[in-house]
Unconditional design. Structure first.
Length: 106
């Protein structure tokens, strides 16, 4: 990502805008007493916004589905022959091995 000072950008703003639109490369504009800003094409910005929205939506949907899986699981009872004969050590949601120890298993 290229950078230029505010004075440089202001002197030739139309060419700066054309270059950003043509190259689809954002430009950092700096001005010492202030925080820097980024100039990017509107098409690139809209694509970035859409990607961020879809990513957020997907994450939200996955979290909802994961919550439903945990609450809607059917609990089965063992047959009378094996009832109280075993011990549950862990499952997919709560494995027997601590998360910190997983690297040792690989």
């Amino acid at each position: 990502m290229q950078a230029m000072t505010l004075n440089e950008a202001a002197q030739d703003l139309l060419n700066v805008m054309n270059k950003v639109n043509t190259n689809h490369e954002p430009l950092v504009v700096t001005y010492e007493p202030q925080k820097s800003v980024v100039i990017m094409s509107l098409d690139d910005f809209n694509a970035w916004q859409k990607t961020a929205f879809l990513s957020h939506s997907s994450t939200r949907d996955l979290r909802k589905k994961a919550g439903k899986i945990g609450t809607s699981a059917v609990q089965r009872k063992p047959s009378a022959k094996i009832a109280s004969q075993g011990k549950i050590l862990g499952d997919i949601m709560t494995p027997i091995v601590a998360t910190e120890d997983w690297s040792a298993l690989a």
